[in-house]
Structure formats: structure tokens, C-alpha cells
Design a protein around this ligand. Structure first.
Ligand code: NAD
Length: 365
């Protein structure tokens, strides 16, 4: 009987891969460093997979697997929507970033990444930083978002925030006919690498910003630096505002919270903000304008994709700014066709994947 349950689980994994459209899932274990990591490659129609590496003390291995499958799928859509020629991939490291990081762990991860020979590249995400990958760099060159001193383009937080600001502006334009944030109430959930810059940029543009983070040290520091009023992190969802910007973790909009939202627009950086895609329809019914997360938060991906091609800050800025036009077009189409913004965004993504796939049937030699 010993082997049987694991066979059953393997079948479940393949079913889940088939359902979501994944190509490859790789379990990596190193006995020296204790590394336990899962790499998921979702779809490489557009190009080699690209996606960050998250480190979290997952409650179960299944939770880690679910996370990496969802996140890597989102990366495919993010790259496709942003017009990039990369596929979707993601890594999760099972462990506590506060206590389990070491040179050996990230070197071991680097060696596993190297076995994919460029089919997948990774870099920082929640729980990891650009400096962690300086260790990995000694074992593989297939990394992005490294510190500038190591030839990378550095932290992606501010460029991701720049994209979120474009999403907020597109939302304001569609809803109120102006891109100005002056006097608008913006609630930012999560004040980390992205949320801090969303809060800062919103303050600079004259918004009335309310900010929350579960880490009291972070809230205290950001609130005093930006002159903000901190808020109970569990109350943000139901706070009345023009813009709710989720910049913490996923699933913030679920069957319970969706009925508590008191905002006009949702535009933030968190991946998988909706626990379930059907919640996009509920948001539409509640007349809340939702900027699909994989479009609003593409700034960081645009930055690191440009790193691979030869970094040019002007080109990066231009590409990130185009998030505004893309979202405005999606908002308008969604309104015209009585569909959710998510449905319209996914239609465009699928069209691009099919288009590029079909063009590549042409032999070049
Ligand atoms: P981060 O780890 O630097 O910051 C997240 C912050 O959220 C932390 O300060 C944490 O304490 C706080 N937090 C967690 N749960 C919370 C809650 N329930 N309420 C309030 N605060 C909470 O991460 P980050 O890089 O800023 O990324 C934030 C989100 O944006 C993540 O979902 C990430 O996947 C996504 N994202 C980030 C980038 C990027 O360039 N860093 C790019 C695309 C998407």
C-alpha cells in the first residue's frame, strides 16, 4: 500500500496540469542545503519561460504546488498581455525567508535552474530579494533582476508600481473622465517593495492615501516618512475609497470580501487578487472597475524581460506606460460588450497566443 497514495497524487497533478495547460513541473530537493523547490513552466508558446521565485513557509506541500501552478499560469498571461515574447514560469521555495536562507540554498537553486538551460529564468519575488540571487549567479546565468553591481537592472518594485499607477489612471479616466489623483482616496494594502512606491507616488500626485501592512514596523516607517494615516490591515477591504490597491498577497477578493468592498476601482500589484476568476463578474455586477492583476502588475516583468535583450530605461518606461492604453481599451470593450474586464483581457491574451503559435508554423530554413 505504501506507494499507492503517491501514485494517486501524481494523477491529480497531471489532471491539474492538463486543466491549467502546464507543460512541466519540476520538484527539486538538495540534501546539503535542505532546498525544497518546485519550478512550474506553464506555456512556452511565446518564448522561454520567465517568472520570479517566491519563498514562503507554506502550510503544506500541496499549498506550495497550488501556488506555483497558479502563479506560473498568470505569468503566461502577463507576458502575452504586455506584448513580450516570453512564456510563463515560476518557482516556489518551501521555507521561512527569515530563518532558512543561505548561500548553499540559493546556489543549489541556481544549479537546478541551470539544468533547464535557458528554458526558464527567474529572479526575486515575495520572500526573496535580488541579493539572494547573487549566490545563484555563481551556478547559473539564467537569472533576471540582479543588482546593478552584478549586471542586472535591480529591484523591480518601483517599475511595477509605475505600471500600477498607469492602471489606476486608466481606471480614473474610465470612471471619472480624468487621470488626476488629486483628492482621490486611495487605499494601499501591503507596503512592501511595490506597495511602498504605489503609496509614495499616490501621495506625490495629491491623493488622500490610507495604507496598511500586517508588519507594524513597516507601517510605522512608511506612515511617518509619507505622512500617512495607518489603518488596521484587516479593515482595508471594507474602507470606502475611490481606489483599492491590493499590493500584498493573493486571494484578497473572495466570496466573503467581495460583498464588503466599498471602492470604485481595484488596481494593484498582488498576483491572483481574485480567489476565483468568476469574481470578476461579481465585481462588474457591483459596478466596481477591476484592472486585471496580470496587466496592472506587468511593470516588473517588462523591466526584467528588457534586461535579457539589453537594458534601456527609456524603452522600459515607454512599455510600462502603455499599460494605460491597454487597460483603457479593455475597460471600454468590457462596458460595450457587457462582459467582465477579466473576460475581455483573457480573450486578448488567448488571441495573441494563437496568433504567434500559428505564425511559427512557417519554416525559416
Ligand atoms: P513584499 O513581500 O515586498 O511586500 C508585501 C507586503 O505585504 C509586506 O510588507 C507584508 O508584510 C504585507 N502583507 C502581507 N499580507 C498582508 C495583509 N493581509 N495586509 C496588509 N499587508 C500585508 O512583496 P512585493 O514585491 O511588494 O509584492 C507585493 C505583491 O505584488 C505580491 O503579490 C507580488 O507577487 C506582486 N508582484 C510584485 C512584483 C514586484 O516587482 N515586486 C511584480 C509583480 C507582482
Amino acid at each position: 500500500m505504501k506507494g499507492r497514495p503517491s501514485v494517486a497524487r501524481m494523477m491529480d497533478i497531471f489532471e491539474e496540469m492538463a486543466r491549467r495547460g502546464h507543460e512541466q513541473v519540476i520538484f527539486n530537493y538538495d540534501r546539503t542545503s535542505g532546498l525544497k523547490a518546485i519550478i512550474a513552466i506553464h506555456d512556452t508558446t511565446l518564448g522561454p519561460a520567465l517568472g520570479g521565485c517566491r519563498m514562503l513557509p507554506y502550510a503544506t506541500e500541496e499549498a506550495a504546488l497550488t501556488d506555483v501552478l497558479r502563479l506560473s499560469e498568470g505569468m503566461t498571461y502577463k507576458a502575452a498581455a504586455a506584448g513580450l515574447d516570453y512564456g510563463g514560469g515560476k518557482t516556489v521555495v518551501l521555507g521561512d525567508p527569515a530563518t532558512d536562507k543561505s548561500e548553499a540554498l540559493f546556489r543549489a537553486l541556481g544549479r537546478f535552474i541551470d539544468t533547464l538551460n535557458g528554458r526558464y529564468r527567474t529572479g526575486e519575488d515575495v520572500g526573496t530579494s535580488e541579493n539572494d540571487f547573487v549566490h545563484s549567479l555563481r551556478e547559473t546565468r539564467f537569472l533576471v533582476g540582479l543588482p546593478q553591481a552584478y549586471g542586472g537592472s535591480g529591484d523591480t518594485g518601483d517599475n511595477t508600481a509605475l505600471g500600477v499607477m498607469q492602471a489606476i489612471r486608466a481606471g480614473l479616466m474610465h470612471r471619472f473622465g480624468t487621470t488626476s489623483l488629486k483628492g482621490r482616496r486611495v487605499v494601499v494594502q501591503g507596503l512592501g517593495k511595490v506597495g511602498y512606491h504605489v503609496a509614495r507616488r499616490s501621495v506625490e500626485e495629491g491623493a488622500d492615501v490610507i495604507a496598511a501592512d500586517i508588519n507594524p514596523h513597516v507601517v510605522g516607517r512608511v506612515a511617518s516618512e509619507l505622512g500617512l494615516e495607518p489603518m488596521d490591515p484587516w479593515a482595508v477591504v471594507e474602507t470606502s475609497c475611490d481606489v483599492f490597491s491590493p499590493c500584498a498577497l493573493g486571494n484578497v477578493i473572495n466570496a466573503e470580501t467581495v460583498n464588503k468592498l466599498e471602492c470604485q476601482i481595484v488596481a494593484g500589484s498582488a498576483n491572483n487578487q481574485l480567489e476565483d476568476d468568476s469574481l470578476a463578474d461579481t465585481l462588474r455586477e457591483k459596478n466596481i472597475l477591476y484592472a486585471p492583476d496580470f496587466i496592472a502588475n506587468a511593470g516588473g516583468l517588462i523591466q526584467v524581460a528588457n534586461e535579457i535583450q539589453g537594458y534601456n530605461p527609456e524603452r522600459v518606461k515607454h512599455q510600462i506606460e502603455s499599460i494605460y492604453d491597454l487597460l483603457l481599451a479593455i475597460f471600454e470593450e468590457a462596458e460595450r460588450t457587457h462582459q467582465s474586464t477579466m473576460t475581455v483581457a483573457m480573450k486578448h491574451v488567448r488571441q495573441r497566443l494563437v496568433l504567434v503559435h500559428d505564425i511559427r508554423r512557417i519554416r525559416t530554413s
